[in-house]
Ligand binder design. Structure first.
Ligand code: TMP
Length: 234
């Protein structure tokens, strides 16, 4: 597989065309941003952890019947993926109150939710990724009714699989964000699942093992990423 022109550079990844129109190569960076790019930094080794952890999780999900964009890990930071068309939504699932949910509803962080929640944000940096509801998604033509149904069910199914997986390695899956793509008429899991896109708390101590350490200047950022990588690699 030959890497061709760069198609896109995001905050954490670059996307390249390849000599095969069915595939892209993504390359993970160590760059970290928060609060819609207002806060910037680097997390040494993050690109390697996110690439390899995401691929481990995607393989686990594939084994459980969830189609993902993963084709082949090429190197520490590079992966061949299906050339999906990203649906411009961040799909967020929560099991425990934290972050913007705690703030919006005045609920203390750490409260176990009585049922998982499903939220959508429109991926639009200029607008600060506003929250969007089902009828607004349909009204703007962001996704069809069928796609929306598929995405919602898939997100909750992925939550169940990830929750079980992480509980076996002593991690509480507080919440996460996924992105889905269209590929040959199907909705497939794309982007990444990593400490950048999930809240992971140690099951015994509730110690944060994710990007909140960077967002909130808690220190020990690299150690947290490394620790999560070690746990999923065991
Ligand atoms: P929130 O509580 O800030 O809304 O975040 C919910 C989850 O989504 C959390 O696991 C972090 C993840 N997330 C992203 O992956 N990208 C983002 O831009 C934001 C704001 C959150």
């Amino acid at each position: 597989m030959q890497k061709r022109e760069r198609l896109y550079e995001g905050k954490a990844k670059k996307v390249y065309a390849t000599d095969d129109a069915r595939f892209y190569i993504i390359e993970y960076k160590d760059d970290a941003t928060a609060f819609n790019g207002e806060k910037k930094g680097t997390i040494a080794g993050k690109g390697v952890v996110n690439n390899r952890m995401s691929n481990i999780l995607f393989r686990m999900l594939e084994a459980n019947g969830v189609e993902t964009h993963l084709v082949e890990e090429l190197s520490d930071r590079e992966t061949v993926v299906k050339a999906v068309e990203i649906v411009p939504l961040e799909v967020i699932v929560r099991n425990v109150a934290a972050g913007s949910f705690s703030k919006r509803f005045g609920v203390e962080e750490g409260r176990e939710l009585e049922a998982p929640t499903l939220e959508y944000c429109l991926k639009d940096d200029a607008l600060g990724d506003p929250m969007i509801n089902d009828s607004q998604i349909l009204a703007l033509g962001v996704a069809t009714e069928e796609e929306l149904r598929t995405m919602g069910a898939l997100a909750l199914r992925i939550n169940g699989l990830l929750k079980d997986y992480f509980s076996r390695i002593g991690v509480r899956l507080v919440d996460f964000k996924i992105e889905l793509g269209r590929y040959e008429g199907r909705i497939v899991l794309a982007d990444e699942i990593s400490p950048d896109t999930c809240r992971f708390w140690d099951a015994e101590t509730n110690r944060k093992l994710d990007k909140d350490r960077f967002r909130r200047d808690l220190g020990g950022v690299e150690d947290a990423y490394r620790e999560m990588f070690e746990r999923v690699s065991r």
